[in-house]
Design a protein around this ligand. Structure first.
Ligand SMILES: Cc1ncc(COP(=O)(O)O)c(C=O)c1O
Length: 373
């Protein structure tokens, strides 16, 4: 998909905000702790390579991604720090993992054997770090029993190409104010860890919510995702220990403005009828940009005033009711600040009945990204 470089709809990413959020987090950590920037899903829609560069400047120790392709993209952009792939990679691609010097997650007993077989077949030498995933209650990936953990440790111990660097788990409810399941998962993790003959050097459990809301966690490595982008992992439920600065704004402009007659309708399905003399503006953004049809009725900011999106959102455009005859070319803020007003990603997520993670990831590549300092 091409980006709309010749269109004034843009997602603006503030690299200073990303650096600020990292620096605040680093201040709370001990010197031994490792801070890894999570830049999967194209940096939660912010742009993985540019976010990684900003994170590197702010002093992160490494990166986490979900896909092998995302790790390769970082390597091709000369990100040479440690990269841990959190998702399951097919052992068929073990040669790429070794060639690019990536750390992988192991959560199945057949993985090492298959990957080793392939590397031997291709006469590939060299070794990379692996992290064992433990499923302590998330129910997604990872080993669930002591026996599996023991077997996996032995397999890695015998391996020519893989060495055991870490072990981790992921909490399902670290962003909740009820810590019942969180504590159960922590206890299960502590039990499973005891099955190792030699506990790996990097034992980690913390995502953003864990580090922000469970300060007594003993995670050696922080997988810092949503908070790095300046968003509160709990929505508005809990207050982070420092101010998070949101990095993303979404802006467009009025490309057409007109005055309506009583009863004139707007957009597909004619769901909106104008009042006499009402001013309607058109914006060059629609559901193909991630500005979904469910956002009908959501407000945008024009010169610091809230204006409602009226009529159905089209694939490439949508219409707003204006307070008057506002010139074509006027900036419209869909996410971000204008005057005294602000529309947050959380507000959009609430309107869509979802979480801000999904909104940020959902802004499609057709919206160009611009990076500011
Ligand atoms: C295993 C794992 N660790 C860390 C993260 C980062 O989480 P967050 O963005 O909430 O910090 C994720 C994100 O989904 C993840 O899957």
């Amino acid at each position: 998909m091409v980006a709309g470089n010749y269109r004034n709809t843009v997602a603006i990413v503030d690299k200073d905000a990303i650096r600020w959020n990292i620096v605040q987090e680093k201040k709370r950590l001990t010197d031994e702790a490792l801070l890894y920037a999570v830049v999967k899903a194209d940096g939660y829609g912010h742009g993985a390579v540019e976010v990684a560069k900003a994170a590197k400047e702010a002093g992160v120790d490494g990166f986490c991604v979900a896909l092998l392709d995302e790790a390769v993209e970082l390597r091709e952009a000369e990100i040479n720090e440690s990269i841990l792939i959190l998702g399951v990679v097919d052992p068929l691609y073990a040669d790429v993992i070794v060639e690019k010097q990536l750390s992988v997650t192991i959560g199945r007993l057949d993985w090492i054997e298959k990957a080793e077989g392939l590397l031997r077949q291709k006469s590939i030498t060299g070794s990379v770090a692996v992290h064992i995933a433990l499923d302590t209650g998330m129910g997604r990936i990872g080993f669930r029993t002591e026996e599996e953990v023991k077997k996996c440790e032995q397999q890695i111990h015998k391996s020519e190409h893989f060495f055991l660097e870490g072990v981790f788990t992921h909490f399902a409810t670290a962003d909740s104010d009820d810590d019942t399941l969180f504590l159960q998962q922590q206890e299960r993790f502590n039990c499973l860890i005891k099955s190792f003959d030699n506990i790996p050097e990097i034992v980690h459990t913390a995502n953003s919510a864990t580090t922000l809301f469970h300060p007594n966690n003993s995670s050696k490595l922080i997988r810092f995702g949503i908070a790095m982008y300046g968003l509160n992992p709990s929505g508005n439920l809990m207050t982070p220990p420092y101010q998070l600065k949101p990095a993303l704004q979404l802006k467009s402009e009025l490309i057409h403005v007109k005055q309506m007659n009583q009863g004139d309708v707007i957009s597909y399905g004619a769901t909106y009828q104008a009042e006499e003399g009402e001013w309607i503006g058109t914006l060059p953004i629609g559901y193909a940009d991630g500005w979904l049809r469910k956002l009908q009725g959501q407000e945008v900011l024009v010169n610091g005033s809230r204006c409602e999106i009226v009529g159905r959102i089209c694939m490439d455009q949508c219409m707003v009711r204006l307070p008057g005859n506002i010139p074509v070319g006027t900036e419209v803020v869909l996410i971000g600040k204008s005057g005294q007003e602000e529309i947050t990603l959380q507000e959009i997520a609430d309107k869509l009945d979802t979480i801000h993670y999904e909104v940020a990831c959902g802004i499609t590549p057709r919206v160009k990204r611009r990076y500011v300092h």
